[in-house]
Design a protein around this ligand. Structure first.
Ligand SMILES: *Cc1c(COP(=O)(O)O)cnc(C)c1O
Length: 496
């Protein structure tokens, strides 16, 4: 077959759908209109000659069923957790239970307006209060704000709280925030945005924060340490309590990035480990749909001493069980979000938590089990840079495949041909050629086995036919894009 014929044949594979312009053939129509029995309108007269064209250049001419098939196939392109495993490490792409969607769409929840009088919003406020209570139970913290709209905004909010607390109690906010080299990129960005200088701390050979280095760096001008636990290597920071004690002794605070609570919820509470401030990613751990930039929710939970600084409004309950929104709080850092957060996201998170109840512990255990199952299945095939036990995610590297010049991005692209969404590539930064895999608790053993088989098979290809892997994906209409140009200078218009 000629290349052109192969291309046409492949347009019947869903991932290779041609542009609708390319399906066009002159004179084809989607529908036939009956002959007019009234005089035709004159658009040139009615709209003005400037707005009327005789012809639209390149306008696709296709039949109705071709249009239907084209858009139906396109609608299946967007890879989602509903299509298959989505092992994007650190992102916690778990199944979004349908009951969450049902609840969020209920009349009285989906239709409420934030300017509605408080008397008519009591049910919604009760939901928010129940969510706050559930999050406090899960984290072991004392107070929480559910306003921030993302993990990163939670970080900023948490750091503003630390800034305000130190200013208030020590007369100055201090200068630096310590951040391990395994941290998510949002951590240093949030610290800088709050006005802090960022000081990096290296990890030790086990993948945990280097405690001696921390002891050396936790000087008088340090406001806080931002620690992710389990960290982005999927490794649990075992010395949390000691770390917290050291920081407290030196007048600094411990911030925990709780985006990885999928490894702890129902098992361990950061509040018991000495954490002062933390954020959660409801759109990760608590199953509200995410990807494509939101909406999300990044509640911030704090210990009692930071409660006075929480953003307004603060949800308060009066003695008769009525709810109100407190806005006059002299020490508050102010507003961080309009209308008390992304309500729909918050409703979904509460629905998830209530549906599981104490079963959250089982979800956590299954998430850790799945990550370790995949680790076992791939150990010896891919390099494991840190031998420490894995929590909810496992980080391999491409070191072995690199000998044949096959890198993490090539392997990730090849996974697409096997029907899987790629894992997270090249993060965390401290692992060269990182392959970060987070299956979540949603996946069955069968699905994990298929994924392991795919990655084993790709390792075989990398050894015997590296060119095949390096040129993947082969089943999609376009292969490798210039990803920077695609984001910064997207070409969104078809030209003949
Ligand atoms: C996802 C993530 C964040 C940022 O959360 P967003 O909601 O994307 O802003 C921060 N830290 C870690 C460890 C994460 O995984």
């Amino acid at each position: 077959m000629s290349d052109e014929n192969i291309r046409k044949a492949r347009t019947h594979v869903s991932q290779s759908e041609a542009l609708i312009f390319e399906r066009s053939s002159p004179g084809k129509r989607g529908s036939d209109l009956a002959p007019l029995d009234v005089p035709p309108a004159d658009p040139r007269r009615d709209l003005g000659p400037d707005l009327v064209r005789d012809d639209v250049e390149g306008f696709p001419e296709v039949s109705e069923i071709e249009v239907i098939r084209h858009f139906t196939r396109l609608s299946t392109w967007n890879y989602a957790i509903d299509c298959g495993m989505y092992p994007l490490g650190s992102c916690t792409m778990k199944y979004n239970p349908r009951v969450n969607e049902y609840v969020a769409r209920l009349e009285g929840l989906a239709t409420e307006h934030p300017y509605q009088p408080l008397e008519l919003s009591q049910g919604c406020l009760r939901i928010l209060r129940d969510l706050e209570k559930a999050l406090l139970a899960i984290t072991g913290m004392d107070a929480v704000t559910i306003e921030p709209a993302a993990g990163a905004q939670g970080e900023l909010t948490g750091l503003l709280l630390i800034h305000a607390y130190l200013q208030d109690t020590q007369g100055q906010p201090r200068k630096k925030v310590l951040i391990p080299d395994s941290a998510h990129g949002t951590n240093p960005a949030s610290a800088a945005l709050t006005g802090y200088e960022v000081q990096n701390i290296r990890s030790d050979a086990s993948g945990q924060i280097d405690f001696d280095e921390l002891r050396r760096l936790a000087t008088e001008d340090v406001a806080a340490l931002m620690l992710t636990n389990p960290n982005t290597l999927g490794v649990f920071e075992e010395r949390m309590a000691e770390i917290a004690a050291l920081l407290h002794e030196r007048g600094a605070l411990l911030y925990m990035d709780g985006a990885n609570m999928n490894a702890l919820a129902g098992v361990a509470r950061p509040g018991d480990l000495g954490v002062d401030v933390m954020h959660l990613n409801l759109h990760k751990t608590f199953s509200t749909p995410h990807g494509g930039g939101g909406p999300g929710a990044g509640p911030v939970a704090v210990k009692q001493k930071l409660e006075p600084y929480l953003p307004v409004p603060v949800l308060a309950e009066d003695s008769e069980g009525g709810f109100r929104l407190e806005v006059v709080r002299p020490k508050s850092v102010g507003r961080v979000k309009a209308f008390g957060g992304n309500f729909g996201v918050l409703v979904r998170a509460l629905a998830y938590i209530l549906a599981y109840g104490p079963g959250i512990r089982q979800a956590t255990e299954d998430a850790v089990l799945n990550a370790n199952y995949i680790r076992k299945g791939l150990e010896g095939i891919y390099e494991l840079p840190y031998a420490s036990p894995s929590m909810h995610e496992v980080v391999f590297s491409d070191a072995r495949q690199k000998k044949n010049e096959v890198s993490t991005i090539d392997i990730a692209k090849r996974l697409i041909d096997y029907g899987f969404h790629p894992y997270t590539t090249a993060f965390p930064l401290i692992v060269h050629g990182a392959m970060m895999i987070e299956p979540t608790e949603s996946e069955s053993k069968e699905e994990c086995d298929l994924f392991i088989d795919a990655l084993r098979s790709i390792a075989g290809e990398a050894a015997t036919n590296p060119a095949l892997v390096k040129s993947a994906p082969h089943t999609t209409r376009v292969g490798r894009l210039d990803e920077v140009a695609a984001a910064r200078k997207p070409v969104l218009r078809w030209k003949a």
